[in-house]
Design a protein around this ligand. Structure first.
Ligand code: PMP
Ligand code: GLN
Length: 384
């Protein structure tokens, strides 16, 4: 075995595995979260002109000034905090790199990092890369609310950081004011840094507001706020993201970023700068589109007999598959890929104790109506 011991436990990501099996079996892929439709033309044109008329050489390590200005402006709109693009904003190769840079640049080996589970798979790996110890706090159905007592207990044990993802993949929670106020209070009183993952900031439903931890009292100075262009503009392959943080935390992010990737492809930064100047109507249309896709999938699954946990945000939906009689999520997903022709994600891989996710299955609805309708039709075949 040649894989370094710190990464050996993680194997291939579930997204790689399921997408591969979906292709092999010709299954409709509601697994990995990528749209099967195109991002907006005005953004794609800007990247093309980045190649044709701007520059194809290294941009500055911290990112193109025009993009950092737009990120700073967006951050101010969201949080009310005016930040300096030069000292507070770093462009990274996706939110994934911003997360890795935060772990590697700011966490010492042996320090604890609080992770909510179900998690996004890059978080426990970030801990492993940095030699940090994850401390898990579990969100449980039916409402997946932050469990106050468990969270207080985790903070009381001491931690360097908490990773906080809202809107939350895979539960679809958009955490509310009381939940953010609790996390903020605990971070301040226990001197804990927050790494926030806000990649689904614009994808939320039913008028739910996106709240950023950095905007809470005492939090700006202890928060690295991360996001990216991929979800908001249906361009997941662009891998252009950012981290906004006070100078001392930015120093850690940049210390790692300059050697992880040094910088992020120049044309994509041009495209992303134009994306971030999109009018409000763009985001309203995005929300309307995903609201209708969510409803289509949720109603269809409900009709088929799934227990549906209707998401408040993101483009994922968790459902309870137990009415169909499978032993666990892996058995369920194996069956639907092999015999029904639909791929989905088994959420037990997002928990420290797989039993916690065994009753669930995650479907992605960032797909065309035709794709979702075809998947629902195929899923009728699972009734046994
Ligand atoms: N965080 C979460 C919660 C995600 O679902 C994703 C999806 N890939 C990412 C981070 C990664 O974002 P990026 O593609 O910008 O690296
Ligand atoms: N964020 C995507 C998801 O949750 C996956 C991204 C990836 O494959 N790394 O499906």
């Amino acid at each position: 075995m040649t894989v370094a011991s710190r990464l050996r436990p993680f194997g291939n990501t579930i997204f790689t595995e399921i997408s591969h099996r979906a292709r092999q079996r010709g299954a409709i892929d509601l697994g990995q979260g990528f749209p099967d439709f195109e991002g907006p033309d005005f953004v794609k044109r800007a990247a093309k002109s980045g190649i044709d008329v701007e520059s194809n050489q290294y941009p500055p390590s911290m990112g193109l000034p025009v993009l950092r200005e737009r990120i700073a402006a967006g951050f101010q709109t969201q949080t009310g905090i005016a930040v300096d693009p030069d000292s507070n904003v770093t462009v990274t190769s996706g939110c994934t790199e911003a997360l890795a840079a935060s772990f590697l640049g700011l966490v010492e080996p042996g320090e604890r990092v609080i992770l909510l589970e179900p998690w996004y798979d890059a978080y426990p790996v970030g801990c492993a890369l940095a030699g940090a110890l994850p401390r898990f706090v579990t969100l449980r159905p039916p409402d997946f609310r932050l469990p106050e007592a468990e969270l207080r207990a985790a903070f009381a044990e001491g931690a360097r950081a908490i990773v906080f993802n809202t809107p939350h993949n895979p539960t679809g929670r958009v955490f509310d004011h009381d939940e953010l106020a609790l996390v903020a209070e605990l971070c301040v009183s226990h001197d804990v840094t927050a790494f926030t993952d806000e990649v689904y900031e614009h994808i939320r439903f039913d008028g739910k507001a996106h709240l950023s931890l950095a905007s809470y009292p005492g939090m700006w100075e202890r928060t690295v706020t991360m996001s990216s262009v991929g979800k908001s503009f249906s361009l997941t392959g662009w891998k252009t993201g950012w981290a906004v943080a006070p100078e001392d935390l930015t120093a850690g992010v940049r210390a790692a970023h300059q050697f992880l990737t040094f910088t992020t492809p120049n044309p994509m930064q041009h495209g992303t700068a134009v994306a971030l100047s999109a009018p409000q109507e763009y985001f309203e249309e995005l929300r309307a589109l995903y609201t209708s896709r969510r409803d289509l999938l949720a109603e269809g699954l409900d009709r088929l007999g799934f227990g549906v946990y209707t998401p408040e945000g993101t483009y994922f939906l968790l459902a309870d598959h137990r009415p169909f009689g499978f032993s666990d999520d892996v058995a369920f997903v194996n069956h639907v890929i092999e015999h029904v022709g639909v791929a989905a994600i088994p959420p037990s891989v997002f928990y420290n104790d797989p039993a916690d996710g065994a009753e669930l299955v995650r479907f992605a609805f960032c797909k065309s109506e035709d794709t979702l309708r075809s998947a629902l039709r195929r899923l009728e075949g699972i009734r046994r």
